[in-house]
Design a binder for this molecule. Structure first.
Ligand code: MEV
Length: 441
């Protein structure tokens, strides 16, 4: 049977499900039942979710966890985290508690500049193009007035616009490179609308610019789009304390802990294979809060990793030092986030998460998210350089193993108690549960 279908998006939800289940599943009734099991009984709520994207058939759950006790700039926060990985929320909570008694986290927004570009091809004299750009610059801005009026009222708008000559890298390639302030919105629609207007003005003004010859009058706009690389939309989060306050672990002195920790960071600063995993751990915290607050985690991921490679080699986002007996650990991370617009006023759990955070501004959310990343990195490095990661990881993973083994509530309780003092593995958990079942058989 052919699996291609024409006009799928025009089918009703029921018809779409019938086509999928009949075409791909050995038991269509069972597949349909599963899809429907994940529907929300509240039809209005379900419709809201259906309409976020096209061809929605069901909902895909992720747990929403909560990490309390974060002190950030002397304010207490409980962080919402949407994530599937079992140890992330526990690690965040542990770090939060550790630093709450050592002055908490400090976070500062260094800048909030967003970037967008009109990419175009101009075949002709570049010095004439420069004069043309200077002539039309004020018109480029003026013709976006209707788009920028509201943003300007909120304190944002277009910051700068410049012509960039990229012809040494690609023949006849130029850009209008613009920077924006989008205040509490992530600003994607605003920036893209401004850019598309710039492109229109650029193209139409060129057709009547007297200095241009016929070829030069025909500017070819390739595309107008924001950049998710935002190296000047950066927040710094940090913690510090006297080295002597560092560790609660009896097996290692605070000085040894600091040394191991800093060496682990230095490795991630020079070794890309380690840096990627190091930064992945940071993203465990960042993505979870970004997702819970309805922000675009793909944009954040792309921008963060480009930033990590900005010196030419992929490197650690976080850094640490000991100076005059004080341990300091910090991260600089680019985060283009919004607390208005997008999903923020639509998704009920996003609204819930933002209220849980005290309805933060975008700047405050940048600080919270950066702290979530730093906290996660601290927890990971603390485990890695002392007990090893698997002890904590497998403890948190135990419940997933027990669910795979279809353990009963009583079996789970007994297993959790047993593995407080024993090493968790799939084999060990299986053996333990089978042992219980044999006794009870
Ligand atoms: C696992 O999700 C994240 C870690 O691998 C991070 C790290 O190695 O730093 C534990």
């Amino acid at each position: 049977m052919s699996k291609a279908i024409a006009g799928f998006s025009k089918l009703s939800k029921k018809e779409k499900i019938a086509w999928i289940t009949d075409t791909y599943f050995s038991d269509p009734n069972q597949a349909t039942a599963l899809i429907e099991k994940y529907w929300n009984n509240d039809t209005k709520l379900q419709q809201l979710h259906d309409e976020f994207i096209e061809n929605t058939i069901s909902n895909f759950y992720l747990p929403l966890g909560i990490a309390p006790n974060f002190t950030i700039n002397n304010k207490n926060y409980t962080l919402p985290m949407a994530i599937e990985e079992s140890s992330v929320v526990a690690a965040a909570s542990k770090s939060a508690k550790f630093w709450a008694t050592r002055g908490g986290f400090k976070a500062t927004v260094l800048d909030t500049e967003k970037i967008g570009q009109v990419h175009f091809i101009f075949k002709g004299d570049s010095s004439k193009l420069e004069s043309f750009f200077e002539t039309i610059k004020s018109k480029l801005i003026a013709e976006t007035d209707s788009i920028t009026a509201n943003m300007q009222k909120r304190g944002g708008g277009i910051r700068t616009i410049e012509l960039r000559d990229k012809t040494s890298e690609l023949a006849n390639y130029y850009q209008l490179h613009a920077t924006f302030e989008t205040v509490d919105s992530m600003g994607a629609n605003f920036i893209n609308s401004c850019l598309e207007q710039f492109a229109k003005t650029l193209k139409s003004e060129a057709t009547t610019y007297p200095e241009f010859n016929e070829q030069e009058q025909n500017i070819q706009v390739v595309m107008s789009i924001l950049s998710n690389y935002v190296p000047n939309c950066v927040v710094r989060a940090e913690v510090s304390c006297p080295v002597s306050d560092l560790n609660e672990d009896k097996d290692i002195t605070p000085e040894e802990f600091a040394e191991q920790f800093i060496t682990a960071i230095k490795i991630a600063e020079i070794e890309p294979f380690r840096a990627v995993t190091h930064n992945k751990g940071i993203m465990n915290g960042i993505d979870a809060v970004v997702l819970a607050t309805g922000n675009d985690f793909r944009a954040v991921e792309a921008g963060v990793h480009a930033y990590a490679a900005k010196e030419g080699t992929y490197a650690s986002l976080s850094h640490a030092e000991v100076k005059d007996g004080a341990f300091r650990f910090w991260i600089d991370v680019p985060l283009a986030l919004g607390t208005v617009g997008g999903l923020t006023s639509l998704h009920p759990l996003v609204k819930f998460s933002l209220e849980l955070l005290g309805k933060p501004s975008a700047k405050e959310l940048m600080q919270i998210v950066a702290v979530a990343g730093l906290a996660q990195n601290f927890a990971a490095l603390r485990s890695l350089t002392t007990t090893g990661i698997q002890q904590g990881h497998m403890k948190m993973h135990l419940m997933n193993i027990l669910n795979q083994l279809e353990a009963t509530e009583t079996e789970k309780q007994k297993a959790v108690k047993h593995f407080e003092k024993n090493t968790v593995s799939y084999a060990a958990a299986n053996e333990f549960v089978e042992g219980l079942r044999k006794v009870n058989a």
